[in-house]
Design a protein around this ligand. Structure first.
Ligand SMILES: Nc1nc2c(ncn2[C@@H]2O[C@H](COP(=O)(O)OP(=O)(O)OP(=O)(O)O)[C@@H](O)[C@H]2O)c(=O)[nH]1
Ligand SMILES: [Mg+2]
Length: 228
């Protein structure tokens, strides 16, 4: 199988500066960036390193970025990496390993399973982790009939077979893209495999995923999958 590494960015200059040399490019067959309209030099930095950048023209949002990535990727599998510091580039070859040894359709780096570390594990107040776990539980009880509980249904650090991604016909625009993908894979009885990851702190800039609007968007997404 051939692997396309897709890097998603929106004003991520600090993270990209820190991580650019740590990405294991030799582990994949192609690499390109989908950028949501950065104005902080992110695009220029990639271009200086001769990494192809596709700029989102019409719609913004991570969901749209996934669809653009899938249109351009030439591999059999796309691995999605966000260079904001949360994700460890050393995990990138692991997606290949799990895809090839388990027959998975989707591989997720889990911040929740035994052996994993969530960014919030360092503090006692873990509101995002708790909220994520409620969404995980809801998705599993509503749709997962495989017998294997998926612990991090939301995480963006994942790999999916490209023909499957196209068949899922996802319409999520923003941060719900991964949650919708997980639920649609449950419904289609696709195999999801997770491995534990270590989530570090964001390197610079700011998160655009504001907690309350993002939480509401997740609830709407769940409802959409229940009634749709
Ligand atoms: N291409 C593209 N990338 C985006 C867009 N919005 C966010 N991103 C990238 O997606 C990744 C995750 O976005 P964040 O805003 O950090 O969301 P988050 O990871 O849930 O939040 P933190 O935990 O605070 O980092 C980052 O690499 C962003 O630069 C977008 O509209 N288009
Ligand atoms: Mg992040």
């Amino acid at each position: 199988m051939k692997y396309s590494l897709v890097i998603l960015t929106y004003n991520e200059i600090d993270g990209v500066t820190a991580l650019l040399d740590k990405i294991p490019y030799q582990a994949v067959d192609e690499v390109f960036v989908v950028d949501g309209g950065s104005t902080d030099g992110t695009i220029e930095l990639f271009k200086r390193h001769t990494i192809r950048v596709i700029e989102q023209q019409s719609r913004k949002g991570r969901g749209e970025a996934f669809r653009i990535a899938a249109e351009h990727a030439t591999g059999d599998v796309m691995i999605v990496f966000s260079p904001d510091g949360n994700e460890d580039p050393n995990d990138i070859p692991k997606f290949k390993h799990y895809m090839e040894t388990t027959g998975a359709d989707v591989v997720i780096a889990s911040r929740m399973m035994p052996g994993a570390h969530n960014e919030e594990d360092n503090s006692w107040w873990r509101i995002r982790k708790w909220a994520n776990n409620v969404f995980n539980w809801l998705a599993n009880i509503c749709f997962n009939r495989s017998g294997t509980y998926v612990t991090d249904s939301i995480n963006g650090f994942r790999a999916i077979k490209l023909d499957l991604f196209k068949r899922l016909q996802q319409d999520a625009v923003g941060y719900t893209i991964e949650y919708q993908m997980t639920m649609r894979c449950f419904k289609a009885k696709k195999k999801i495999v997770e491995f534990p990851t270590y989530e570090s702190a964001r390197i610079g800039g700011e998160s655009y995923a504001k907690s309350i609007p993002t939480g509401i968007a997740f609830l709407k997404c769940l409802w959409h999958e229940l009634v749709g």
